[in-house]
Write a protein that binds this ligand. Structure first.
Ligand code: C5P
Length: 258
């Protein structure tokens, strides 16, 4: 049984819309609705749904609106199945994941997905779920790095200031791109292991940042192997205003292709 925690409780400051990012509208629907659509629709080859149970983590001040959008999107595809549970998020992403996991009923596999990656294709969701059911304990989708990546020297007080008044930082070395990937969501996990690494976060003040990275990073730190499956360019994270333009273009192209 596969459960999914969809985190949508971020503020979206960088988008600059004045609403939480998950409520940004692309092609007439919010990112939250696009994300729920995908998770509700994705099926195994026999027609069974991939995601049996969904918990959606949302901002406290938009709980009612989010509940309405989530329940309607889910019911449009899965009217006969139990509706998603809505939970209020925490101070940072990992606090929100922890809040979602606490409400997730017992399952074998957990997918953790960002609503900000609302256009992740269903094929990516099933590939990650399949890799976990196939025996991996932690799975992340990864994409090759297109840009050259340089590691900077640590900031030092003697670096002076740059032309714009900021710190001047120098390059320490150029990283080997071939050994790097950027990772996306959904990330997939054996439920018991994900719950174990999150147990440390349970019961803490939900308004205090956890300081933890992503979920795969938490398992990695606990010594578990993290497997990489091929990511998908359409699973990009909507972060900046330009990403909304790309998201609209992706949806237009999908509509044209039927
Ligand atoms: O901020 P960023 O885009 O990296 O957030 C990634 C995902 O985590 C988003 O879907 C966002 O809604 C979610 N998040 C959350 N709770 C927070 C911060 C981020 O659910 N406190």
């Amino acid at each position: 049984v596969v459960g999914c925690v969809l985190v949508a409780a971020g503020s979206g400051v960088r988008l600059g819309l004045g609403t939480p990012k998950a409520l940004a509208v692309v092609s007439g629907r919010t990112l939250l609705e696009h994300a729920v659509d995908c998770l509700a629709r994705v099926e195994r080859p026999g027609g069974d749904p991939v995601v049996s149970v969904l918990v959606v983590v949302v901002p406290a001040h938009e709980l009612d609106r989010c509940r309405e959008l989530v329940l309607a999107s889910w019911a449009a595809h899965r009217p006969q199945d139990p509706p998603p549970l809505l939970v209020v998020g925490g101070a940072d992403r990992q606090a929100s994941v922890a809040a979602g996991l606490q409400r997730l009923p017992p399952v074998d596999t957990v997918l953790v997905h960002d609503a900000a990656r609302a256009l992740a294709p269903g094929t990516l969701v099933s590939a990650v779920a399949d890799a976990v059911t196939g025996g991996a304990v932690a799975v992340v989708p990864g994409l090759p790095v297109a840009d050259t990546v340089k590691q900077l020297s640590t900031r030092s007080p003697s670096t002076g200031s740059g032309p714009a008044g900021g710190d001047v930082r120098t390059v320490e070395r150029t990283l080997d791109r071939a050994s790097l990937v950027t990772v996306q969501t959904p990330q997939g996990f054996r439920a018991d292991l994900l719950r174990a690494v999150h147990a440390a976060l349970v019961g803490r003040d939900p308004d205090a940042p956890t300081g933890a990275g992503d979920d795969a990073g938490m398992l990695e730190a606990a010594g578990h192997p993290v497997v990489v499956v091929p990511g998908h360019p359409e699973a990009f994270k909507v972060t900046d205003p330009l990403d909304l333009v790309l998201a609209a273009a992706v949806l237009t192209r999908r509509a044209q292709r039927g």
